[in-house]
Design a protein around this ligand. Structure first.
Ligand SMILES: C[S@@+](CC[C@H](N)C(=O)[O-])C[C@H]1O[C@@H](n2cnc3c(N)ncnc32)[C@H](O)[C@@H]1O
Length: 465
């Protein structure tokens, strides 16, 4: 056995790590990261890599199964890169998420200001957007590999295997989005195979069918966007088939993308059938969701999230509020009744256009939006135009705020900041800088993504006297 490979016997899994990994620690304090372990399991581990502070390993024997373990609901569990914690009961998942927040922020504030995590009522079928990849070379199950079948269909559509950008597991049944999501995907696959469509090969960069996005809303409106690698006569054939087979779909759109990456933000998305958008409703406010616009993926928890923001804000109607990274202007409009004026900033033009349209439809007159990159637009000129804010709400993407944005915020001496984040690690980094002038008063974790290690986190900051 190579010197680098070690065997650790009867080790306890003590905590959850990132990317669905669990943390094992032996009696000498050696830490090993493993897959498919649940805190409380006692296991033997064989390592395959040594990092600076820990080993990476695989569980080779279970001596004792944790009391937190449950059977995973999904047939793709263990292969698919999503929902890696389905083997742990939901209460334990949220317990560990809350602990993760407490641990992460332990040097910045007292543990007592972290509120208990807000759990989801529905831990399945909670997503309103799923993005599937087509593949020419789908991942085979052990059963398929060991079968005598000579001609196995390798074309498929599904999700990437964890950590493998070019490996896609064909999904038969996903429990994340309500139907007809599964039916649409399976039907498209069947039609495409029958009609000899080529599926994408990400290594060779060829194949017509690249990616499928299905979005829906609580009003049961569905949008389907298909990404093709190149132009082809077959495109219309498939889109027509979808239109005829699923009359309930409100919007069918497509995009040609021959770039290396499959991001469609810089591409022209074409409407094939129906409306350009689907509609979502929050607190009697209507929002139009266009293909490129961000919308929170778990609608039930979004309402809870926005209520927390409103409660933290304690507005009295006289305040100027900045809503940074405003998306479709949902937070701006949600809190608008309680403020004098709200100004949103967002980089996606289509989202700002939709935000402006919805304020008119929702009869809101005290909200304005600016389109642009935060680090370029959020300047003293902007502040001069809109006035010094009494409250800043910031909800940046996973990367957190650009350092120049944090610097600009620090110049303003705004009384209250509410920082909403889907990535507490980058949030922590930004809060460490904001601490120069601010104190954390409250922390509220929210579980938006059951069975994953993601956790949303809202932090209330007040300026030091
Ligand atoms: C986490 S979303 C929050 C959106 C909104 N607050 C909501 O609740 O739906 C982050 C938003 O920031 C936008 N964004 C990303 N980078 C940006 C930048 N540099 N400047 C302005 N907006 C940006 C994204 O397009 C997205 O709409």
């Amino acid at each position: 056995m190579s010197k680098k490979i070690k065997i650790f016997n009867s080790v306890e899994i003590i905590d959850i790590g990132s990317k669905g990994q669990s943390i094992a620690k032996n009696s000498e304090g050696i830490v090993i990261m493993v897959k498919n372990g649940v805190p409380g399991d006692i296991v033997d581990i064989k390592t395959y890599k040594k990092k600076k502070k820990y080993f990476l390993g695989n569980i080779i024997k279970y001596h004792f199964f944790s009391k937190f373990r449950v059977d995973a609901k999904c047939e793709h569990f263990g292969t698919c890169g999503g929902c890696k914690w389905q083997n742990m009961n939901y209460d334990s998942q949220t317990y560990f998420k809350e602990n993760k927040i407490r641990y992460l922020f332990k040097n910045l504030c007292n543990d007592t200001i972290v509120n208990p995590i807000i759990k989801c009522k529905e831990d399945y079928y909670y997503r309103n957007k799923l993005e599937f990849s087509f593949t020419e070379n789908r991942w085979l199950t052990n059963k398929e590999i060991n079968s005598n079948e000579k001609r196995i269909e390798r074309r498929g559509i599904g999700f990437h295997i964890s950590g493998m950008w070019d490996k896609v597991v064909d999904i038969n049944n996903c429990h994340l989005q309500t139907d007809p999501s599964n039916k649409i995907r399976l039907s498209i696959k069947e039609f495409a195979i029958k009609n000899d469509f080529s599926f994408y090969n990400s290594r060779l960069k060829k194949g017509l069918l690249r990616n499928l996005i299905i979005r829906n809303t609580s009003l049961d409106e569905f949008m389907v966007i298909i990404q093709f690698f190149e132009k082809s006569e077959k495109i219309m054939l498939l889109l027509n088939y979808i239109k005829i087979s699923f009359p309930e779909i409100k919007s069918i759109q497509y995009v040609i993308n021959d770039k290396e990456n499959d991001s469609i933000y810089d591409r022209d998305i074409k409407l094939f059938y129906g409306e350009k958008y689907i509609t979502e409703i929050i607190d009697n406010l209507k929002f139009k969701i266009y293909p490129k616009s961000f919308f929170q993926t778990n609608i039930n928890q979004t309402i809870n999230l926005y209520e927390i923001v409103k409660n933290f804000a304690r507005l009295n109607g006289n305040e100027i509020v900045y809503d940074l990274y405003s998306g479709l202007g949902t937070i701006s409009q949600f809190i608008s009744k309680n403020a004098k004026k709200v100004i949103g900033i967002e980089t996606i033009e289509e989202a700002v256009k939709s935000a402006k349209e919805s304020t008119i439809k929702n009869k809101i007159t005290n909200v304005e939006f600016e389109v642009g990159d935060m680090k370029k637009i959020f300047t003293s000129k902007f502040i001069k135009k809109y006035g010094n804010p009494d409250l800043i709400i910031t909800d940046p993407p996973r990367d957190g705020m650009h350092k120049d944005v944090v610097k600009e915020i620090l110049k303003l001496d705004t009384n209250i900041i509410i920082y909403v984040s889907c990535n507490p690690s980058t949030q922590l980094r930004d809060l460490e800088k904001l601490q120069e002038k601010y104190t954390i008063k409250k922390i509220q974790p929210v579980d938006m993504f059951p069975h994953t290690d993601h956790v949303e986190n809202v932090v209330l900051l007040e300026i030091n006297n």
